[in-house]
Design a protein around this ligand. Structure first.
Ligand SMILES: Cc1cc2nc3c(=O)[nH]c(=O)nc-3n(C[C@H](O)[C@H](O)[C@H](O)COP(=O)(O)OP(=O)(O)OC[C@H]3O[C@@H](n4cnc5c(N)ncnc54)[C@H](O)[C@@H]3O)c2cc1C
Length: 389
């Protein structure tokens, strides 16, 4: 494996760095590591930043310019993800639109729906993704929200939960059951539901971090035009499997570099608190550094295979490993503060409760996008080839 970038790719990185220096708002530099307590769910700076990225071809670099990109190669896309993650800069504070909905509309939608993709990726239209229900999280195929075709419309009844950004979204990319009489993953469809349709009730949920980015969404006899069906009827399962393809090889990057930033921050924190010479602290920091370095090497190894068209089993492990490491690192940040680690009031803590808030966010990272237990099952069965338990 060659661990150097070629000059064209280095030039690409330099161009990106210059763009970030010129355009990135200061608020983006403390980005989403430290969510929590912010009542403005999508602040103005985040909307403007996302639109600026899109307009300069830096939103999804692998896409063509009209979709917010610059036809970048997979290696350049990796460099892009790495550079943003290294600096801790988010592309958007609401990822559903550009990461899930936009790509899915482009891949599965009809012409009218494809035309909605640029606004989803630029963030002009805010989308939420309605997958989870009270009994359908890890077991997504168990979803029960019903959509019954009645002439030119579907009539939708049911409930979603943990729907990020539903309180500020205009549209929901909603997974519904259209056929209860077939094996459960075969009777699911995707509907575009305007959230201001009569019968839709969005109720915010308050999180442990103090923020409220989630909501429950209730549907009571909601009339949705049949033309809002995305893809084929009863074939929505394919769409759950199909999104994120444009940067699949780089999904691990944010996790690993987020951990790297955390380790750098921990070293600074230990020095500030006079703990850098403490053998127990040194051991924990060195172990953390070692784990980050190992994960980074594993990520690049997987990417090298991915870029040559083979599958990257290493990457199945990365979400699990980085989510768990991240939580441990932020916990260490609380430990290093001594008794103040138990306080969440920004004024009385190190770095405005960065470590406390990051710990809470880290709890969510072990659940969202697939829990750690489910990731372990995936590694066991699909990577190691063990029998299903
Ligand atoms: C920050 C965040 C944002 C989210 N945003 C969205 C969103 O925008 N839209 C959306 O639809 N959903 C969203 N979710 C929901 C998320 O997808 C679900 O919480 C997740 O899929 C887990 O499902 P669950 O909560 O129903 O837990 P369950 O599936 O009930 O799991 C409970 C526990 O049992 C374990 N478990 C379950 N099944 C198995 C098994 N077969 N083997 C071993 N262990 C098992 C789980 O790992 C977990 O520890 C979000 C969640 C978070 C944390």
């Amino acid at each position: 494996m060659r661990l150097a970038w070629d000059p064209t790719d280095e030039a690409f990185r330099e161009e990106l760095r210059a763009f970030i220096d010129a355009h990135c708002p200061p608020q983006a530099r403390v980005g989403k590591d430290f969510l929590g307590g912010d009542d403005e769910i999508i602040p103005d700076w985040a909307r403007e930043w996302q639109a600026t990225l899109f307009d300069h071809g830096w939103m999804i670099p692998g896409y063509p310019p009209e979709l917010g990109g610059r036809n970048a190669t997979p290696v350049q896309t990796l460099i892009y993800l790495e550079e943003l993650a290294r600096q801790g800069i988010p592309r958007s504070v609401h990822f559903g639109g550009y990461a899930i909905v936009g790509p899915s509309l482009l891949e599965f939608g009809n012409d009218e729906q494809k035309a909605m993709a640029p606004a989803a990726i630029r963030g002009d239209t805010v989308w939420c993704v309605g997958m989870s229900e009270p009994d359908a999280g890890s077991d997504l195929a168990n979803l029960q929200t019903r959509a019954v075709l009645d002439g030119d419309s579907f009539i939708v009844n049911g409930q979603k939960v943990w729907t990020s950004y539903a309180t500020v979204a205009q549209k929901c990319f909603c997974y519904v059951r259209t056929n209860p009489n077939v094996p459960k993953h075969k009777g699911i469809s995707v509907l575009i539901i305007d959230l201001d349709t009569p019968g839709v009730d969005v109720r915010p949920l308050r999180q442990i971090s103090g923020g409220s980015e989630f909501a429950e969404v209730f549907f009571t006899d909601v009339v949705v035009p049949a033309s809002n069906l995305v893809g084929e009827l009863d074939n929505g399962w394919r769409i759950t499997m199909g999104s994120l393809a444009h940067e699949r090889g780089g999904l691990w990057v944010e996790g690993v570099f987020g951990c790297q930033r955390a380790v750098e921050g921990l070293v600074a924190l230990a020095e500030r608190r006079g703990l850098a010479g403490d053998p127990a602290v040194r051991r924990r920091l060195a172990a953390a550094y070692e784990r980050v370095a190992t994960l980074k090497a594993l990520g690049y190894k997987g990417f090298a295979g991915f870029a040559q068209g083979s599958s990257a089993p290493e990457h199945s492990y990365m979400k699990l490993a980085t989510a768990e490491l991240r939580r441990e690192l932020f916990e260490l940040g609380m430990d290093l503060q001594g008794p103040f680690g138990a306080v969440v009031e920004p004024a009385f803590t190190e770095e405005r409760a960065r470590w406390q808030q990051g710990f809470f966010v880290g709890l969510a990272a072990n659940i969202g996008g697939g829990t750690s237990e489910i990731q372990r099952n995936t590694v066991a069965t699909r990577v190691l080839g063990l029998p299903k338990g």
